[in-house]
Structures are given as C-alpha cells and as structure tokens.
Design a protein around this ligand. Structure first.
Ligand code: ARG
Length: 397
C-alpha cells in the first residue's frame, strides 16, 4: 500500500511515518507545502527520508491560497462567530487538494493526516478528500495509535532512531499561515487566564504599541484589494505589509470562545492583523455601495458561508452557489477606505467610491439640501398606516 502523508517535520508526523509503515505495511510519500510560513524544504526532505519516507513533495501554495481561498472568503465576509477570520480553516482544503493531486500521480491508495479526533481540522481534510477523490482511504494515525502522551511518542522515536529535534514542550500549539495564526493549549485552556505575551508571534501588545497612530488607505477593485496608500500592489504584498504594520500597532489580536464542529467549546487565540484590517475595510466599502437590502441579506449569507468554511464544506454545491452570489455582489465594490491603526484598534475614518450610493446632496443639513421634505409628509401617511390601525385597535378592549 502507498500512503501520502501530510508532513510537517514535527513530532507527530515523524512518528507517523514509521508507525504507518509498520502498521499498514506501507510505503510513505510525505507532502509539505508553503502557505506563508515554511521551513527549509531541503531540510524537511532530508529529515523525511531519514525517517523512512520513500518520497517527498514540497509545493509553494501561496498564490493558490490567496487567489482561490483567501480572496473568495474576504469577498464573502467570512468570519466565524463574528471574530475568527478562518486562517487555519481555509488552509486545510487547500492542503488536502494538493495531497489528492499527489496521491493520484503516485497512484497511492490512501492519504494520512496528523489531526486529532476532537478538532475541526480532521473534518476539513477528510471532507475535501471525500469530495475530490472518494475512492481514497483516509488514515488518521493520531486517532488510532497507542501513544497517550508526548513522552511516549518521544520514547518511540528513541527506540526506532527517528530524527526529531526534541525541544522542551512548547507552551502553546500554534498553526501559522499568511492569513493568520491560531494558538491553543497550555494555560489558555482555562478561559479566564489572560494569554502571556509569548502566545503572540506577530503582534505587539497594545501597551507597547506606538502612542502615535498610523493611517492607511486600502484600495479595492470589485472586492479585491489592489492598492495600499495609493500604490498598486499584488494581494500577497498587501497582506504581508498589513501584517507588519498591523502587528506593529497591536492590531488583529483575537481572544474568543468558539464552538467546534464536534460540539466542544474551545478557547482560541488568533493573530490576524491583515485579515482584520481587510475585512474591516472591505465591509465598510460594501456599506457605501450596497443597497440596504443587499447589505442585510449578505450579512446572513456571510454567517452561513463562514460556517461552511469552518465545518470543512469548502467543496460543496451550496458553497459554489454562494460564491456565484458573492461574485455578483462585488460588481460595485470598488473604491478606497481609510483606516487608523492605534494601539490594538483598527478604526475606519473615511471611504469613497465611484460607485457610491451616498449622496451628499440628500444627506446634508445645509442650504445645499436636495431632499424633498414635503414629500416626507405623504410618506408618513402611508408608512405610518399600519401603526395607526394598530393604535386604534387598542381601543377594542
Ligand atoms: N480552532 C481553529 C480552527 O478550528 C484553529 C485550529 C488550529 N489547528 C491546529 N492544528 N493547531 O480552525
């Protein structure tokens, strides 16, 4: 049997190479990708091969991640339970998609991943694989194997000469990509505990952020970020810049209780400066160009969309339908938004668009007012009719 394994070079996936080889009598092909933060591929390859893999793939998926995953989710306003911009959730179907391609090329019979049985990531990997290659078997060693602790795994690596850099157990479990960082475990498991500063990788504490604010102008074309402070830039560069600037001002720290698909509530820390700034700016621009109906309807769609992403249903007909709706909705989402970054806050301070529905002539309280005040009298008669009827009915008792 041939198995493609999602490989990070860490303890779990190193143990998995040997364990899968022995327990499934299999040949192991390791798969690693760059989605914004990656270790040296040559070092990873050497380590995988020394551990017993018979093949190693490394793919730079950043472009695909941005264009096929991050941008559609930004346009959709996908933020799970009003806070989480879904960095980890979006990366799983992307990685699974890459693994399916390799599995087909290698004529492998199975794909393996190192997710535990109580998280969301297993769902995202497996639903994607089921959709793209229903014939492939999925193996989740961590759900099956006998090891009960990190120490037992380390013992196993010693016994079998598996090369791992055994560092002191890190205080947190961290997942990192271009769109943001997810931090779990350790003292964060008590939701009352304030995260220590070492939980954060890319943002400074608002306490230590500059006391001078910084303004940014973000330009969008049909919902896609295209410029920063008036300079045209590709989306990856915009995300990288916003991560730096936002991080410097302590913007993008998220501390939340969220509902996992398996029913567990968990305390999560995220750092996503670019995602927070871009979602804030994008939704502000929509407010300027959307009708009231569209704005309110899309809000409910955003919520369902974020759930689909979180629950691993990236590949589904319903999501395709939603993407089509979202794409049409972005027709007029062109313009600029100004935000002020200040000690952990991202505050909108201006917006403009050639497709704006805002009319200064209608809104103004000055002499330039173009609104027909007398017409409002008739409008009150008609819009107020139900209130009048209900009010009169009060006399029936
Ligand atoms: N709770 C987040 C999610 O479900 C983050 C998961 C982090 N995953 C990880 N393997 N550390 O998307």
């Amino acid at each position: 049997m041939k198995i493609v394994l999602a490989y990070s070079g860490g303890l779990d996936t190193s143990v998995a190479i040997k364990w899968l080889k022995d327990n499934y009598n299999a040949e192991i092909i390791c798969y690693t990708s760059n989605i914004g933060q990656s270790d040296d591929p040559e070092k990873l390859r050497a380590r995988a091969m020394r551990t017993g893999a018979s093949g190693f793939y490394f793919e730079d998926l950043r472009g695909r991640f941005v264009n096929q995953y991050i941008l559609p989710s930004l346009k959709a306003g996908a933020v799970y339970q009003d806070k989480y911009p879904l960095a980890t959730a979006l990366s799983r179907p992307l990685i699974a998609e890459g693994m399916v391609k390799v599995a087909k090329k290698e004529k492998a019979q199975a794909i393996a991943h190192g997710c535990t049985g109580k998280g969301n990531d297993q769902v995202r990997f497996e639903l994607t694989i089921k959709y793209l290659a229903p014939e492939l078997k999925v193996i989740a060693p961590v759900r099956e194997w006998e090891f009960k602790s990190r120490e037992e795994e380390i013992e196993y690596t010693r016994k079998h000469n598996i090369p791992v850099t055994v560092t002191k157990a890190k205080p947190y479990s961290i997942d990192w990509n271009l769109w943001g960082i997810s931090v779990e475990c350790g003292r964060l498991e008590n939701p009352w505990n304030e995260p220590t500063e070492d939980a954060y990788q890319i943002t400074v504490s608002p306490d230590r952020a500059p006391s001078k604010s910084e303004n940014l102008t973000i330009g969008f074309k049909k919902g896609i970020p295209v410029s920063l402070n008036g300079k045209s830039m590709d989306v990856i560069t915009i995300i990288e810049n916003l991560t730096k600037v936002g991080g410097r001002h302590g913007v993008g720290r998220i501390d939340m209780i969220e509902d996992r698909l398996v029913g567990i509530k968990s305390r999560e820390i995220y750092e996503a400066p670019a995602a927070v700034i871009l979602h804030t700016a994008h939704s502000e621009l929509e407010k300027l160009v959307f009708s009231r109906d569209l704005y309110e309807f899309k809000k409910t769609l955003s919520q369902r969309y974020s759930q689909l992403v979180y629950f691993g249903q990236w590949f589904s007909h319903i999501k395709d339908c939603m993407d089509a709706f979202v794409e049409t909705s972005q027709k007029f989402v062109t313009g600029e938004v100004k935000v002020k970054l200040y000690r952990g806050n991202c505050i909108v301070i201006g917006r403009r668009s050639p497709c704006s529905l805002y009319s200064e002539g209608l809104a103004t309280y000055t002499r330039k007012d173009m609104f027909d005040h007398r017409a409002a009298g008739g409008f009150m008669e008609i819009f107020g009719l139900p209130s009048k009827l209900e009010g009169e009915r009060e006399k029936c008792y």
